[in-house]
Design a protein around this ligand. Structure first.
Ligand code: ZN
Length: 437
């Protein structure tokens, strides 16, 4: 993580404050009132001066221009008819593979947004790390790095060494490091990770996904660690699926476990990662402001039919598995709503082709190289895309907003069939948006 520069911070803050539009998404069902602010005043880690923006100022108008072919600005908050007011399910009636779902003004040919963050990525290790990390670095300023290596990141030394390997593979990528929460961890372990700069701990229920056999079987086992995390204000990232439950119900079945955590540690910041169901969205919305959710690009695009429909499509198989249309529509409504309770985490989890196309194929979608292009085709407004990918997550993690930007052009491009040994998300399909080099 690059250190926060106070001068840059205040410049960004004042820019945002000048351009911020306090635009409450009408009809979205989200109360963005005073009690929707995490702390009332945001405070950068280790800084004495409060950051002067809060979650009420959502959505934030982009400080970057959004150009259109007729030269008119199209970024005016709350002015695009229908935005965030359509009930779930009324908009995306066409299947993804039958054409673009974009609701962006057809006259708009450029999207320029604040440089995005990816607050959930599996960079892997070794050759895959060296191949895939540069793809993330080309698009994202920061990444929240998942710790489920073999062996997992469970010590400060391992975390520091892993950060070094990532920096070697992609020196320009800012890394937000996590560690894997283990049943044996106590306050001294949490304190050590916190001092070493860990941004969050990741909880994997035992056996629920890749490299999670040594995960948490009984949530009570991590009570001492969670107590220390709450004391250190260190967020908890959760893979919220209950092992042993039926696949389509694993997320819903885990929500009562999370209820116990919320009740025991009401101030602990919690991220329900890769929310995949309507129930998951509703659960996040029902919680206080310190509980949020990440949403992937592929869960905004896929349904179960894209995994086990007419053909088996192993490269669309992930955990949690893509669900029903009503779930996808709930996720889209949440992501497009402008609610600060949802932000982007790609959960890009690349596997080599041979590990996907085999008898026991691995779970995971390698989406990082195409995530932003596919998001651009799902979002209806540049400012909400920017809020989702570049603002809400940074504020939750109390990080400075990025000061660079990313430009996408309405220029059709076909996703390669294989990229560095990995079949990327939407391989072989043509997306209407391209990232400007
Ligand atoms: Zn993941």
């Amino acid at each position: 993580m690059k250190p926060v520069q106070p001068a840059a911070k205040s410049a960004i803050t004042s820019d945002i404050c000048r351009s911020a539009q306090v635009a409450r998404p009408r009809g979205s069902g989200f109360a963005l009132g005073k009690d929707h602010v995490l702390d009332g005043t945001r405070r950068a880690r280790g800084k004495s001066r409060p950051v002067e923006h809060d979650f009420r100022a959502m959505p934030v108008a982009s400080p970057f221009a959004v150009a259109s072919t007729n030269g008119a600005s199209a970024a005016g908050p709350a002015e695009m008819p229908g935005a965030a007011r359509d009930p779930p399910g009324s908009v995306f009636v066409r299947e993804w593979f039958h054409g673009s779902l974009s609701r962006v003004d057809p006259g708009m040919d450029t999207l320029a947004i604040r440089r995005p963050d990816d607050f959930h990525v599996h960079l892997r290790d070794g050759d895959v790390l060296r191949a895939m990390a540069p793809h993330s670095a080309r698009v994202f300023q920061r990444v929240l790095v998942m710790p489920n290596l073999t062996p997992p990141i469970t010590t400060v030394a391992e975390m520091v060494a892993y950060r070094g390997r990532i920096s070697s593979a992609a020196p320009e990528l800012d890394t937000c490091m996590t560690f894997k929460l283990m049943p044996w961890m106590r306050a001294e372990h949490i304190d050590a990770f916190h001092r070493a700069g860990a941004i969050a701990a990741k909880l994997y229920p035992a056996g629920v996904t890749t490299n999670s056999a040594d995960g948490i079987s009984d949530i009570a086992d991590v009570w001492p660690a969670l107590d220390a995390m709450a004391r250190n204000d260190l967020p908890l990232c959760v893979h919220g699926e209950l092992p042993g439950a039926e696949t389509l119900h694993m997320e819903a079945a885990y929500l009562p476990v999370l209820d116990r955590v919320v009740q025991a540690f009401p101030r602990l910041r919690i991220v329900l990662e890769h929310v995949s169901t309507e129930l998951g969205v509703e659960w996040v919305l029902a919680q206080a402001d310190n509980v949020v959710g990440t949403i992937t690009a592929h869960h905004l695009v896929l349904t179960l039919d894209d995994v086990i429909g007419a053909k088996i499509q192993p490269h669309n198989f992930c955990r949690p598995v893509a669900k029903q249309r009503k779930d996808r529509e709930a996720l889209r409504s949440a992501a497009l709503s402008g609610s600060p309770k949802f932000f982007f985490g790609s959960d890009s989890a690349p596997h080599l082709v041979g590990d996907k196309e085999c008898r026991l194929g691995c779970a995971g979608v390698g989406s990082a190289p195409v995530a932003m292009q596919s998001l651009a085709d799902v979002f209806d407004r540049a400012d909400r895309l920017e809020a989702f990918t570049s603002v809400h997550g940074a504020r939750f993690y109390r990080l400075e907003l990025n000061d660079g930007h990313l430009t996408l052009d309405r220029k059709a491009a076909t996703v390669p069939g294989v990229l560095d040994g990995v079949v990327p998300f939407l391989a072989g399909t043509t997306l209407p948006w391209s990232i400007r080099a």
